[in-house]
Design a protein around this ligand. Structure first.
Ligand SMILES: [Zn+2]
Length: 203
């Protein structure tokens, strides 16, 4: 049995090795032997590893923001199984309220592609997007958003709002999955706010 959420197709050749294509993630993988529950687990683990790989790239971007004393949010947009663009929050550095990691990444991706439609791309971002970024994600027609930490105070994907919901009147449905490497993503945010409080105490 394969995982219900990951429709995969396994090609049965190559002398006992099974090349696998996942239609959701569009990643290729290889498993060995028959597709027993254990093998299915291997496949699912391989796909989770891909999600972790891209979230780690987003976390690296968040770390860059952290080093600039910006709120540590990082983001990558993935196309054809590869990182297409990277970005991190630059709101303070640029003195510009629009410079959230997701908006910068969308801007970079549109420029690089020469098109405003990012239909076949997925976004990995360390924190649940805000209202502005969720709107920009819908407008750019990103296929799926994977986010790390939930944002209970202003998250607009599922915590405080549900901007991706087509019932709001837009004609593009963005899929999402929260909690990817949640602990690591939350840890960086907590560390940032702890240091900010300490800095403010010293003033
Ligand atoms: Zn935002």
């Amino acid at each position: 049995m394969l995982h219900e959420r990951h429709p995969c197709f396994v090609f049965r050749f190559m002398n006992g090795r099974f090349p696998l294509f996942c239609f959701e993630t569009r990643f290729w993988g290889i498993t060995l032997g028959d597709l027993s529950p254990e093998d299915s687990h291997v496949i699912i683990t391989a796909m989770e590893d891909q999600h972790r790989k891209f979230m780690k790239a987003a976390l690296k971007e968040a770390q860059k923001a952290y080093e600039k004393k910006e709120c540590p949010i990082g983001c990558v947009i993935v196309k054809d199984g590869k990182v297409f663009v990277r970005a991190h929050n630059l709101k303070l550095t640029k003195s510009n309220a629009l410079m959230h990691a997701e908006v910068i990444a969308i801007d970079k991706a549109c420029k690089k592609l020469g098109d405003w439609r990012l239909n076949d791309m997925d976004m990995y971002v360390t924190l649940e997007p805000c209202t502005m970024c969720s709107g920009a994600i819908v407008q750019s027609r990103i296929r799926k958003v994977y986010f790390g930490a939930y944002e209970p105070k202003s998250g607009a994907v599922c915590s405080c709002n549900d901007i991706f919901n087509v019932e709001h009147g837009h004609n593009h449905h963005v899929e999402f999955e929260g909690g990817v490497m949640e602990e690591e993503c939350s840890e960086l945010m907590l560390q940032f706010f702890k240091e900010m409080r300490e800095r403010n105490k010293l003033k």
